[in-house]
Design a protein around this ligand. Sequence first.
Ligand SMILES: Cc1cc2nc3c(=O)[nH]c(=O)nc-3n(C[C@H](O)[C@H](O)[C@H](O)COP(=O)(O)OP(=O)(O)OC[C@H]3O[C@@H](n4cnc5c(N)ncnc54)[C@H](O)[C@@H]3O)c2cc1C
Length: 508
Amino acid sequence: MDADVIIVGAGPAGLMLAGELGLAGVRPLVLERQPRPRETPKASGFNGQIVELLRYRGLLDRVEAASGRSVRPAPSAPFGGIQLDFSHLADPPMWVVPLPQPQLERVLGERAHELGAGIRRGHDVAGVSQDDAAVTADVRGPDGPYRVTARYLVGCDGAHSRVRHSAGIPFPGTTYPEVNRLAQASLPDSVTRLDNGGLDVPGLGRIRAGFTRTDGGVFGFGWLSSGDLLVQTTEDDPAGSDDDAPMSLTEFQDSIRRVLGADLPLGEVTRLSRYGFQARQAERYRDGRILLAGDAAHQFPATGIGINFGMLDAVNLAWKLAAVIGGWAPSGLLETYHGERHFAGARALLQTQAQVALRRGQDPAGEALRELFQELLADEQPLRRLGALIAGTSIRYPAPGPGQHALTGTFAPDLTLHTDQGATSVADLMHTARPVLLDLAGRPDLRETARDWQDRVDIHTAQTGQPPADALLIRPDAHIAWAAAAGEPAGTATPALREALSRWFGTP
Ligand SMILES: Cc1cc2nc3c(=O)[nH]c(=O)nc-3n(C[C@H](O)[C@H](O)[C@H](O)COP(=O)(O)OP(=O)(O)OC[C@H]3O[C@@H](n4cnc5c(N)ncnc54)[C@H](O)[C@@H]3O)c2cc1C
């Protein structure tokens, strides 16, 4: 075997997976077909639950240093052609990281390298095959073709995943005809920025900031903190688009002319990209020794969530793969990757497909739907609910069996903890990505039960302001595997804890 795990693709999902596997003591090999790290950004930032997870890993400082700006609560978020305004909420439902994708990939790549991952760039995986013992990748490298074998292979190779195709995993869904073209540019002298953020364009007149619908499509623009303009057009093109193929300035200007019916002068153009929308989900996230994560597993027809969901796939998968490779995985553990992350992807598809219906209605009925939706979102509860759906924070992984505590399957809250050694927090305890039994109510019965697993589960006793449970069993991906209700008697709590420990962390 050349490696325990081969990861195909060094995008956010592949590099996050490589780092998480490294943290769990597994040395993966990453194969990336591009000879150099990406320079042109696809995403200009990301948001959602992964921001919390990065903090739980102690990585947010590095992310903030790379971005030169602090992570901040998202003041708003687009949703199907309308804007969700979170600015008046005391605790907004999501955080946003304004870090362009190339810089994110640099941070994740450095971390993966420090944790022992091998990353080969310029190595294109042409196909994969598997048998009972191993999986093999056929690779075209700079020095010619070669083969590598490993116990598992994860396709993090994006929307057109060759791994998915090679493994014969169907990718059903819909490709929408919308093509979005995006440019970042400085403001030319001939165009005036108005006090309200709008533009005064010679020969065209005034355009307000935000989105303007025309017979040709949708034109939108906003201002970046650098003072540059971010300009976007959306048009229907039944021929579709290739997100990875470069876009020329002429193509962008032609699109503006079709949508606005006039030219828009641009200053220095520093970014040009194009993306289409698909709603697709791999039928299976696992086929034997081959797994899928990130865009290879799902395509959502709305912007701003791909990185969050892809990196969360990686975090969910890494510790389970490491458990199998470490030889202590209970039976069925790896199957829960599909069960949990396919479910999460389906929830994301639900809200992004609803966005398609909202934004594509061009007739008065479509306008009425958007107006009504906007009205409903003046209320805090639906606004929060949509925010949580976008961020992926309302997902509760399916709990095994009835009678589970309401926290089971949810993301562990970052409690402030007081211990004999001083103050700490759930976030601090998750830096090492080891499972944790957190006793919050002085429960020696539960600590004693967990002691049989102490080679793989850390046991901590702490006090916190308002404990949400007597004890929490937290998985490496910061999700709660089990919780003891307040005052739950030892007679029911200890067998339930033993069962949960065996289910997730194997026999002691
Ligand atoms: C213009 C644009 C703007 C976007 N904006 C946002 C945003 O603001 N926020 C957000 O969250 N998301 C955004 N997205 C989506 C986001 O970029 C993707 O969801 C994200 O890149 C997916 O990460 P990934 O690691 O799964 O796949 P990718 O980033 O696609 O990485 C896949 C990697 O695999 C490599 N690869 C492919 N085939 C092979 C092979 N055969 N052998 C070896 N290597 C291979 C590729 O070269 C690539 O490096 C945007 C996308 C586009 C196109």
